[in-house]
Ligand binder design. Structure first.
Ligand SMILES: Cc1cc2nc3c(=O)[nH]c(=O)nc-3n(C[C@H](O)[C@H](O)[C@H](O)COP(=O)(O)OP(=O)(O)OC[C@H]3O[C@@H](n4cnc5c(N)ncnc54)[C@H](O)[C@@H]3O)c2cc1C
Length: 420
């Protein structure tokens, strides 16, 4: 057995999945995770809010049933029970300007028969509209944006915009068609079995991060929190040492480093690596409401068209809303944002107006990288000159946008390469 130690920098999903892979290869006790903050999970985490007297998520994370790496890892860690699968796959929408709603309900298999059922598609659209757009997206060869590919499409506002903004965190005017096409192929083109939405039952830390942390702990992984890695010494394209907490960690000959730093930290810590440098924000607003709160149509979540909020979710007495691609809204105060979003929530609950309850706004300014065609090009050309280091993180996997599944896959790949 190798006597190498594996030093993982960063305890987000990429770092946790790299450690998970190493555990399963018998390297648990030789694996070290150095996490800068007090919690694992990185951009996927929950925090206790005393006004709500419960854990709130930094942002509602939607998992899709095609996210096999995430789902399998959670199952192995004993976390599968914490997930709620929406079966059959269905996406309810409400246009709050026009006050009408619809369901988008993919057929289970790859044959898109639902396109011929007007109760399962957007009003006043035909199967042909979807098929032409889907073909144009999948066969796009130029490095262009989704709105360039879909010029003149009838479905931009009610279909492609909401899915593009939630999957890629960017508008169709800016998004790379190629990366959107990858999502289409992996999720929607395979039908409802691959595109079921999945949510956590309690909160992200309880249902996703804690089961993974416990699993790693049981396999002897050394998890060192509050421990930003700094003063990284590099000689002849090798990492020789770094500091974590108050200790200097010397890297022995066979040791491997797995960096799972987010793109902005990589650009600072490793000047020879050119990682994406543009990011997009997400704003979440949580409202404390009464226990019997229901959304239009009795749904537990809704996509909103023509509102400030994009998605709205109800869990017990908390209504949570997500705004992707939210850079333009960062200029508003919390109170201004809450007022705008609360109006949408009232409409989605079928109420004209109501007093604003307790709220919490969470701003994630660098929620994801910007998956524009130019930033995608940077992703496609990443080179890593450091011989004893492997890279992981949601910005690495060029097939997927910045997302949980991409982070996890990158962690597995980096760990596999570190072992070989
Ligand atoms: C509000 C919001 C909503 C989202 N919604 C979704 C969704 O619905 N579906 C989806 O799939 N994805 C979603 N995402 C994206 C998803 O959360 C991220 O893609 C994923 O969590 C990134 O994981 P990562 O490990 O690559 O990076 P990170 O989570 O950023 O982890 C990097 C870790 O490195 C640590 N670190 C930084 N510097 C140092 C240092 N010097 N030393 C040690 N540690 C360091 C950080 O503290 C962090 O813990 C969302 C993100 C946000 C913010």
């Amino acid at each position: 057995m190798s006597n190498a130690n594996y030093h993982i920098i960063g305890g987000g999903l990429a770092g946790l999945s790299a450690a998970f892979y190493l555990c399963n290869k018998g390297m648990g006790k030789r694996t070290y995770i150095y996490e800068a903050s007090a919690h694992l999970g990185g951009r996927c985490y929950s925090f206790y809010d005393k006004n709500f007297d419960k854990n709130l998520d930094n942002g509602t994370h939607m998992i899709m049933s095609c996210n096999k790496n995430l789902l399998n890892m959670l199952k192995k860690c004993g976390g599968a029970d914490g997930l709620e699968h929406i079966k059959p796959a269905v996406f309810p929408f409400l246009d709050i300007a026009e006050n009408y709603g619809w369901l988008l309900q993919p057929s289970n298999g790859p044959l898109p028969l639902f396109l011929f059922n007007k109760n399962k598609t957007i009003p006043q659209t035909t199967a042909k509209d979807y098929i032409i757009d889907a073909i144009n997206i999948i066969k796009e060869e130029k490095n262009c944006t989704l709105s360039e590919t879909l010029k003149g499409s009838k479905l931009i506002n009610n279909l492609w915009k909401p899915f593009c903004e939630s999957a890629l965190n960017i508008s169709p005017e800016q998004a790379s068609t190629k990366i959107f096409a990858n999502i289409m192929k992996k999720a929607f083109a395979l039908g409802g079995l691959s595109s079921r939405p999945i949510f956590v039952k309690h909160d992200l830390s309880t249902d996703i991060i804690n089961p993974i942390e416990n699993y790693l702990h049981n396999y002897g992984v050394n998890i060192i929190k509050n421990s930003p890695v700094r003063d990284i010494k590099i000689e002849q394209s090798e990492i020789k040492s770094f500091k974590a907490k108050d200790a200097k960690i010397d890297i022995a000959k066979n040791d491997k480093i797995i960096s799972t730093l987010p793109a902005w930290s990589v650009n600072k810590s490793f000047p020879d690596i050119n990682a994406p440098s543009e990011y997009k924000s997400i704003i979440n607003a949580h409202f404390l409401v009464s226990l019997d709160t229901k959304l239009a149509g009795g749904n537990s979540f809704l996509g909103l068209i023509n509102g400030t909020a994009h998605w709205i979710f109800v869990k017990n007495n908390v209504v949570s809303t997500t705004i992707s691609n939210a850079d333009e809204l960062l200029k508003y105060s919390d109170e201004e944002l809450a007022t705008m979003i609360w109006k949408d929530v009232c409409k989605a609950r079928g109420r004209v107006a109501a007093f604003m309850p307790e709220y919490k706004i969470v701003r994630e300014k660098r929620a994801t990288i910007n998956v524009s065609p130019t930033q995608q090009e940077i992703r496609e050309n990443i080179s890593n000159p450091y011989k004893n280091m492997h890279l992981a993180g949601d910005w690495i996997n060029i097939e997927l946008p910045s997302c949980m599944e991409g982070a996890i896959l990158s962690g597995f790949n980096a760990a596999k390469n570190a072992l070989s």
